[in-house]
Design a protein around this ligand. Structure first.
Ligand code: ADP
Ligand code: MG
Length: 340
């Protein structure tokens, strides 16, 4: 392993006519890792990826790949493959020709090309579609061709921008696992853009959470889930999100602070014996468990998780207890207060 990270984004900023794209982007990526850029629409994920790809040039900062400063190198000289939201396929070439195009350019022997093609078709569920033209495919199938092409490109760094957004839920789940397995098998480095926290949390070694053009938190999925740096991270990550409660509503906590609690750390209490008295808003049965939505005037996002099927009528008042040792405190600006 080299001493220096495989990819470095050092103080990157990009503006359009003064309007902010991204700023203060500092990120290191280890070779062979899977990094997800996560955040709501418009937060700067695609801009960051396009800067790394060489499709945009930063106004500030430096980009290093494999020890070389590539800040001013074009995309073609960065040794990476890409899968973007808008799949760019050659319309006059078949699926197989599109996928093998890069390998042909690189003069990869035919037997190896066909082997890689077969593997990529298998992984993306496109076996049998080799001879079709792009206009004979659905949007989701075209996106899978683009994915297959990136898989066989043979680069050590692969950039993906919401590659699964055109697939239906079931296929998305399956291809998600395939991409992850492939990344591990091939030992390649993937930078993956998504607005879907489930995707980021389930695939990435490292999640980079963004908002309004800036990084909010970088960490493992576990760190983002249980130690969110701020209330934005607390509410963006996890399903359900972390509940946030005004400190004034809880004995032993100061007002002005916000208290964060995960659903699994909330339990039903005897009437009058709980920390908070809430009103049931809805019950969502998910098979193995039921999420019970709760309303309290000084809290938001309160959800109680119970095993199996549970039906409590909306409007019913219940008492809940919060597992004290799991609670997080945030200051007035929403930043996590370090625990002593
Ligand atoms: P995301 O991928 O997270 O949805 P983007 O990176 O596409 O967000 O966009 C970040 C911000 O930069 C948005 O405010 C967007 O409108 C702006 N932006 C992106 N590309 C351009 C461009 N080519 N010209 C002007 N503004 C842009
Ligand atoms: Mg985008």
């Amino acid at each position: 392993m080299s001493a220096q990270p495989f990819v470095v984004l050092d103080g990157i900023a990009k503006r359009w006519k003064g309007a902010l794209g991204v700023q203060d982007i500092c990120l290191t990526i280890e070779e062979g890792s899977f990094v997800a850029l996560l955040g709501p629409s418009g937060c700067g994920k695609s801009t960051t990826l396009r800067l790394l790809a060489g499709l945009e040039t930063p106004d500030e900062g430096r980009i290093m790949i494999d020890g070389a400063d590539v800040t001013h190198r074009p995309a073609s000289a960065r040794n990476l493959s890409m899968v973007f939201q808008s799949y760019a396929l050659f319309p006059h070439l078949s699926v197989a020709e599109n996928v093998m195009f890069g390998m042909k350019v690189r003069r990869v022997p035919k037997a190896e090309r066909l082997r890689s093609l077969h593997r990529a078709m298998e992984i993306t569920g496109l076996l049998g579609f080799e001879d079709r033209k792009p206009n004979e495919l659905s949007g989701g199938q075209r996106q899978r061709v683009a994915l297959a092409r990136a898989i066989v490109a043979g680069q050590r760094l692969c950039l993906m921008d919401e590659p699964l957004s055109n697939l239906d839920a079931k296929l998305r789940h399956a291809v998600r696992k395939d991409i992850k397995k492939l990344q591990q098998d091939l030992g390649i480095t993937v930078v993956y853009v998504t607005h879907d926290q489930t995707e980021a949390m389930s695939m990435a070694d490292k999640v980079v959470l963004m908002r309004d053009g800036e990084i909010q938190q970088i960490g493992t999925p576990e760190q983002l889930y249980s130690q969110p740096e701020n209330t934005f991270a607390a509410e963006f990550v996890g399903a359900p999100p972390m509940a946030l409660i005004d400190g004034a509503a809880l004995p032993g906590f100061s007002d002005g602070h916000t208290i964060g609690v995960r659903a699994e750390n909330i339990v039903l209490a005897e009437t009058g014996q709980g920390d908070l008295q809430c009103r049931v808003t809805d019950c969502e049965f998910l098979g193995a468990e039921t999420f019970i939505g709760l309303q309290h005037p000084q809290a938001r996002g309160l959800t109680l998780k119970v095993a199996g099927l549970k039906n409590i009528p909306a409007g019913q008042v219940i008492d809940i207890v919060l597992a004290r040792e799991t609670l997080l405190s945030f200051d007035k600006e929403g930043r996590k207060i370090p625990q002593g």
